[in-house]
Design a protein around this ligand. Structure first.
Ligand code: GDP
Length: 306
């Protein structure tokens, strides 16, 4: 599978996720549109190709959730990227109560033809049915609670909590809350790593030191200053191989075992934990392809008043 997922894990894909995909296949005909929640720090890696396949025939919207943890400049570029692809998309911090209600307008716009049809047939008051989907831990429950303005769905800060589908009614919307789901074969080590970094793959099947080293190599290339500042390192540290960098950081934090060696496992856990708690600042691990944004930016310039 990858270096990140512990090599002893041959069968890592949990059975409840296979069930969720089947449930989605069955229920898709009962909804008007699909809202896929993505992680703003890794919009492409968190976009589930299995969900895309199953929901392809339905109007589709994307939420870049946890945007409070992502680099605001890069999130802007992602919004332009989705727009250029003709997809409705909104950046979101679901931890802000009520913030997700901003999605209502986006859904209504996407479904304007359907709503017009209903109006003309006198079907006033029929609820808009929205399937909420996404990978584990991306913030689906938190989003739904923010949308509802109260606590309706159970949020848990660990992936893999098994739940069945549930309907949640909010004003004229019926939300179908689906359990989080991944897919079996990641197309690259980068995708698998990104998903592991943000905590969407269960940590107990991951090699924590590999994970921390992967995170260090990824972040030092794009946000070197944040890394240096957080761990009070000299710029030279960035030239070290990732494992040596992990050791250097562990040593800085005094994480030693008998004999003066660095406890790299402890250092790795600390690093991954601090990244997830956004102690390194607001970071985006993925950037949209350049060409798509440029085209969209040109479009924006063309539209600008002279
Ligand atoms: P689910 O598994 O997709 O339902 O994810 P949860 O709603 O249980 O959220 C997983 C974790 O992410 C929880 O610790 C939430 O508090 C946190 N979370 C969810 N949305 C956001 C957000 O927009 N910003 C931040 N900073 N944290 C969030």
């Amino acid at each position: 599978q990858s270096d990140i997922i512990n090599s002893r894990q041959i069968q890592w894909f949990p059975g409840h996720m296979t069930k969720t995909l089947r449930l989605m296949e069955k229920e898709i005909r009962n909804v008007d549109c699909v809202l896929q929640i993505l992680d703003a720090r890794i919009p492409l890696s968190s976009l589930n190709p299995e969900i895309e396949r199953i929901t392809a025939g339905k109007p589709h919207l994307y939420v870049l959730n946890k945007s409070d943890l992502a680099d605001p400049e890069i999130t802007k570029q992602w919004l332009a990227y989705f727009k250029s692809a003709g997809a409705g998309c909104i950046a979101m911090d679901s931890k802000q109560r009520g913030r997700a209600t901003a999605t209502k307008g986006l859904i209504e716009k996407e479904l304007s033809a359907l709503m017009e049809r209903r109006r003309s047939r006198g079907m006033v008051g029929a609820a808009i049915r929205v399937m909420i989907v996404g990978i584990p831990n991306v913030g689906k429950s938190t989003f739904i609670n923010s949308f509802a303005g109260t606590t309706r769905a159970k949020a848990a800060n660990k992936p893999g909590v098994t739940r069945g589908k549930q309907w949640i009614s909010v004003d004229s919307f019926d939300l179908m809350d689906m359990p989080g789901v991944l897919w079996k074969k990641f197309d690259s080590l980068e995708t698998a790593s990104n998903l592991a970094f943000i905590g969407s793959i269960r940590d107990d099947i991951l090699d924590i030191e590999e994970l921390a080293c992967g995170l260090l190599s990824s972040v030092r290339g794009i946000y070197p200053q944040q890394l240096l500042a957080r761990y009070k390192l000299d710029a030279e540290a960035l030239t070290l191989p990732p494992y040596d960098l992990l050791q250097a950081i562990g040593a800085k934090r005094g994480m030693l075992i008998s004999g003066g060696e660095v406890d790299t496992e402890r250092a790795a856990k600390m690093l991954v934990g601090e990244f997830r708690a956004s102690k390194w600042g607001r970071l985006s691990l993925e950037r949209p392809p350049r060409r798509a944004i440029q085209e969209d930016m040109e479009e924006v310039t063309d539209d600008a008043p002279q």
